[in-house]
Design a protein around this ligand. Structure first.
Ligand code: NAI
Length: 366
């Protein structure tokens, strides 16, 4: 029997509930396809609340060490409090492991009640830079020693006219932009996608967002003839939000900076029925960590009713990544059939199945 070891982090909030259900689907699909000849050995690692309880810290060294060693993991959502407490664990994981490409495919699943007229026109892949931008955590509070000193230097040396303020720094580099663009192009070649659109705010932030645009074009123009079939263009981020609603079929792969990508993936998810449906992968050169697009969903009163689709489909991305395409296809097709038959959780179906009832239907449909 072939065994593959995969790490998982349960996550906070709805995390443990959707992880348990998703695992049931992944394991059943493995058994269905490989009849016991291949097996996943799941190894739990810790981050978030469970890690604080066990190790007294939300992101133990051991977690990072094991991810570097095993190279593949899947995680549930992790809570980050606004304005205080620990720095975002998600951002820390992405930066520590250099998971620079956040890939989020947003595609409509037939049968879902979407808020737009033609949700089936959306079939996009968002490539979001995952390690730079205002997400770096280079930020100081108004009136802190650091922000006061920085403002003094900026005013004195660079002619700015700043008063007391909180300060955040937004680095965007050629190296990190270009490696993301190369990943997006490689993905486009592999998956036979037709177009890449660079989403940026270069009209206002000329040297960060503007150069992001320029560097993406440079990579594209320097690529070999493998991309003759591929079109490229760019669009300013605010217009992107409008165009995604008005002309969704004009878009295929979108490549963008960290913050734009964050906003854009939630907005695009809404157009196909919500963040409970859209999977994600954080991929570097060596390590991949898969996770749903959504957060811990504190608003869901009964976590046993949460939609596990985003996490299950993140697992589908993971199966594709390790080459278990039959398992990936089985799960994807079965989710589509289950939802088309009207069986789903309350956020997308009036049948309002519990998380567990829904995954049992998915498995029944294999
Ligand atoms: P959220 O994604 O948790 O919730 C946004 C909305 O989507 C809510 O209405 C929620 O009920 C709904 N929703 C989310 N997941 C759902 C699911 N599986 N099924 C049905 N409906 C679902 O975002 P929010 O409220 O902004 O953040 C809550 C916490 O999650 C925060 O601490 C935030 O930092 C964290 N977060 C973590 C992420 C991660 O671990 N990658 C990503 C986004 C947020």
């Amino acid at each position: 029997m072939e065994k593959i070891q995969i790490l998982y982090i349960e996550g906070d909030g709805i995390g443990p509930y959707i992880m348990k259900s998703a695992m049931k689907v992944w394991n059943s699909a493995m058994d269905f396809i490989y009849k016991g000849k291949k097996k996943i050995i799941w190894k739990e690692i810790y981050a978030g609340k469970k890690a604080i309880e066990k190790f007294g810290t939300p992101l133990p060294e051991e977690t990072i060490k094991l991810l570097k060693e095993f190279k593949i993991g899947i995680k549930g959502p992790l809570e980050t409090q606004v304005g205080s407490g620990y720095r975002s664990l998600n951002v820390a994981l992405r930066q520590e492991l250099d998971l620079y490409a956040c890939i989020r495919p947003v595609k409509y699943i037939k049968g879902i009640n979407s808020p737009v007229k033609n949700p089936e026109k959306i079939d996009i892949i968002i490539f979001r830079e995952n390690t730079e931008d205002v997400y770096c955590g280079i930020e100081w509070e108004e009136n802190s020693e650091e922000s006061n000193e920085l403002i003094r230097i900026l005013n004195k040396k660079f002619g700015t006219n700043l008063n007391k303020a909180s300060i955040g720094i937004k680095p965007i580099s050629e190296y990190k932009t270009k490696r993301l663009m190369r990943k997006a192009i490689e993905y486009a070649i592999k998956k036979n996608r037709k177009k890449i659109t660079i989403v940026h705010k270069g009209n206002i932030m000329k040297y960060t967002e503007g150069n992001f645009r320029k560097w993406c074009y440079e990579v594209f123009n320097g690529f070999n003839n493998q991309i003759n079939h591929l079109e490229i263009n760019d669009i300013i981020a605010d217009n992107m939000f409008q165009q995604l609603l008005l002309n969704p079929s004009n878009f295929d792969i979108l490549i963008t900076t960290n913050l734009n990508g964050d906003y854009l993936s939630d907005a695009a998810s809404a157009q196909i029925g919500g963040v409970g449906l859209v999977p994600g992968a954080n991929i570097g050169d060596k390590i991949a960590l898969f996770e749903p697009t959504h957060g811990t969903a504190p608003g869901i009163k009964n976590p046993e009713m949460a939609n596990p689709t985003s996490l299950i489909l993140s697992g589908v991305m993971m199966f594709e990544y390790i080459g278990f395409n039959e398992v990936a296809n089985l799960i994807k097709n079965s989710i589509e059939k289950t939802i088309l038959d009207g069986y789903a959780t309350i956020d997308i179906s009036p049948k309002a199945l519990s998380t567990n009832e829904y995954v049992d239907k998915i498995i029944e449909n294999f």
